[in-house]
Design a protein around this ligand. Structure first.
Ligand code: NI
Length: 138
């Protein structure tokens, strides 16, 4: 199927009412826009469940004065270098640093890299955002 397709959906009226209220609050202009995003979200979740090639970001906050911690983080990033395709370092204040790494690999491997980095002792905050390569999404 190519181009835009129209289809009908049957659902309980109350459910639709709730949905309309929610999407209005989120700023959607039409139901179609909201439903397209829900479908994409679902497809991205599957991309991660099925261990497909995908993209994510790992956010880390840590104190750079813990020299060993900084060394471990650098070592791990070099170890996983083909997967870590970009990194951003922000000096938040005198002590705290934020690093955002863009990781492209199979889903399981990205999770593994995120787990290794966020579990390093001294990392104050670590989180993985499961994004997408965009392939298969229209
Ligand atoms: Ni810094």
């Amino acid at each position: 199927m190519r181009g835009t397709v129209r289809f009908g959906v049957s659902l309980p009226g109350e459910l639709l009412e709730h949905f309309d209220q929610l999407i209005a609050r989120k700023g959607y202009k039409t139901r179609s826009e909201a439903i397209r995003d829900l479908i994409r979200e679902h497809l991205v979740a599957h991309e991660w469940e099925e261990d497909r090639e995908t993209v994510g970001t790992v956010t880390l906050v840590y104190d750079h004065e813990l020299r060993e911690l900084t060394q471990v983080l650098t070592r791990l990033q070099h170890l996983y270098h083909p997967a870590i395709i970009s990194s951003l370092h922000v000096h938040l204040d005198e002590h705290n640093c934020m690093e955002v790494l863009v990781v492209r690999d199979r889903a399981r491997r990205i999770r593994e890299i995120a787990d290794r980095l966020t579990s390093v002792r001294g990392v104050k905050y670590g989180a993985l955002t499961m994004a997408t390569s965009g392939q298969g999404l229209y």
